[in-house]
Design a binder for this molecule. Sequence first.
Ligand code: 13P
Length: 252
Amino acid sequence: MRKPVIAGNWKMHTTASEAGLMALELKRLLAHVEGCEIVVSPPFTNLDEVHRHLKGSNLKLAGQNLYWRSTGAFTGEISGPMLKSVGCEYVLVGHSERRQHFGDTDATVNLRMKAALEHDLTPIFCFGETLQERNDSRTWEVLTRQVVQGLMGVPESIIPRIILAYEPVWAIGTGQTATTEQAQEAHAFLRELMSESYPRFVAQSCRILYGGSVKADNVDALMALPDVDGVLVGGASLDAASFARIVQYEPC
Ligand code: 13P
């Protein structure tokens, strides 16, 4: 049984005090929820504040990125041990906004992945095709390249710890969610891809999240899909009530 993961990526939103209030509200709304992992990913500057509010709760913390070196003269970067020191158990790796705007490549995503694992952070490994790539019928080729290169050199025994997050770029922040057919097709493809590279039980145990315009009104249908094991939510995670509803999805 794959335990569902519902994760909120706050991106570059919230000041420390806003993040603290949001954490308190989520903790109150979600205290009784069991059966899924709930993760929030505030900006770096708010991790400590959010961690103090969420300590002892059922909500877990993720960084939005990490650098692959632990310390050193790397102005502006954040390392795995730093994330651990403010209570992170997870970290996003390879988000499309990092790839699009900040020069992340499959090779640097792979370095970040290994750094996350080395520091005992669970990577939430993001990837997905652009609209152009989908229109050019290159979706499967792109996903294969991103997944294979992102996981390069990761020992098979570690793979079940990694959370995959399929986020088609054209669905992020656009309000245009993948249809349930598109999402299931991609997730089934990804599970098959994993089973070509690793034993079937490893592929079966891997959680694959969907991200891209997930909202309270489409989460139930997405979570009902056999190969969707959770969601990674951007915009709708910035409203406590709407994120709380998403966490309490009712697969239909
Ligand atoms: P939206 O939910 O705002 O489309 O963002 C998705 C995302 O990028 C989560 O990482």
